[in-house]
Design a protein around this ligand. Structure first.
Ligand SMILES: Nc1ncnc2c1ncn2[C@@H]1O[C@H](COP(=O)(O)OP(=O)(O)OP(=O)(O)O)[C@@H](O)[C@H]1O
Length: 239
C-alpha cells in the first residue's frame, strides 16, 4: 500500500524551477531513498511532502491525506521529520529536548523510554552544543520518533559523520523499518542508498531520472555496472 504518493510535483523559487514534475510512490514499511547531486531539488520534494513547503503544482498525499489541506494538523501527528539544518538551542539538554517534542503530540511515546532505547539515557543532562555529530543525529532520530510516527523523513542525516557513526545511524534506521515505520531518506551517498534503501529515486535537475531498487538501477545501467554509484553516473550521464 502506498504511504506517500507524489504526482507531477512542481516548485519554483523566484522563477527558478527547482522541482519540475516529480512523481514517486513510497510503499508502507520500506526505506525509500531520494538521491542526487547538490541543488537537484531533493530537499524541496521532501519539504513539500512534510507540509513545510507549498508546491506550485501537482499533488502530494501522505497516508491518504493532503499535507497542505485541512488534514495538515492530523497528518503532522502521524509523521516525524528531521529536515536539513535541523537545529536545537545550544543550551537545551537531551532530556529537555525529548520532553519538549513529546509535548507537541496528542499521543506521544514515553520520552524517557525512548531515551533509554536509543542509548541516550547517559546523555540526558548533556547540552545540545556539547554533543558530537553522531550523538546529535541519534537525538534527532529519537526526536523524529517521539510522536510515534508511521512515516519518518530524514534529510542528509549522515552528512558529516565518521564511518562508525554512519554505520550506527544505518542500524538505527533499519530498526525503524523493523518496527514497521516507513522511512524516507535524502542522501548524497550512493553507498548509503545501496546499503540501506529498498528503493531509490534519483533526482537530477528537478526531475526523477531513475527509480527502482538498487539492484534494478544497477541492472538498468547496463553490463559492467558494479555498484549503485556506477549506476548513478551511467543513468545521470554525469562523470
Ligand atoms: N528558499 C529558496 N529560495 C531560493 N532558491 C531556493 C530555495 N530553496 C532551494 N532553492 C534552490 O532550489 C534548487 C533545489 O534546492 P534543493 O535544496 O531542493 O536541492 P537539493 O537537491 O536538496 O540540494 P542539496 O543536495 O545541495 O541539499 C537549488 O538551486 C536551490 O538553490
Amino acid at each position: 500500500m502506498a504511504v506517500i504518493e507524489v504526482n507531477d510535483l512542481r516548485k519554483s523559487y523566484k522563477g527558478h524551477q527547482a522541482v519540475n514534475g516529480v512523481s514517486l510512490t513510497v510503499e508502507r514499511g520500506e526505506i525509500f531513498g531520494i538521491a542526487g547531486p547538490n541543488g537537484a531539488g531533493k530537499t524541496s520534494v521532501v519539504e513539500c511532502v512534510s507540509g513545510l513547503r507549498r508546491p506550485d503544482g501537482g499533488t502530494v498525499r501522505v497516508l491518504g491525506l493532503d499535507p497542505h489541506g485541512g488534514d495538515r494538523r492530523a497528518l503532522q501527528q502521524r509523521i516525524g521529520a528531521q529536515l536539513q539544518e535541523a537545529a536545537l538551542p545550544d543550551a537545551i539538554k537531551v532530556g529537555e529536548a525529548l520532553k519538549m517534542y513529546a509535548s507537541f503530540y496528542d499521543d506521544p511515546a514515553d520520552w524517557r523510554a525512548l531515551m533509554d532505547e536509543w542509548g541516550l539515557a547517559g546523555r540526558k543532562g548533556d547540552r545540545f552544543a556539547g554533543l558530537s555529530g553522531g550523538w546529535k543525529q541519534r537525538l534527532f532520530i529519537a526526536l523524529a520518533l517521539v510522536g510515534r510516527p508511521e512515516v519518518v523523513l530524514l534529510d542528509e542525516l549522515t552528512t558529516g559523520l565518521d564511518p562508525d557513526a554512519r554505520r550506527s545511524t544505518w542500524a538505527l534506521i533499519r530498526t525503524m523499518r523493523e518496527r514497521g515505520v516507513t522511512v524516507v531518506i535524502v542522501t548524497h551517498f550512493m553507498d548509503e542508498a545501496e546499503a540501506l534503501c529498498d528503493r531509490v529515486a534519483i533526482i537530477d535537475g528537478g526531475r526523477v531520472t531513475a527509480q527502482g531498487s538498487p539492484r534494478e538501477l544497477i541492472g538498468q545501467a547496463g553490463a559492467g555496472t558494479a555498484s549503485l554509484e556506477d549506476a548513478y553516473f551511467a543513468l545521470t550521464g554525469r562523470n
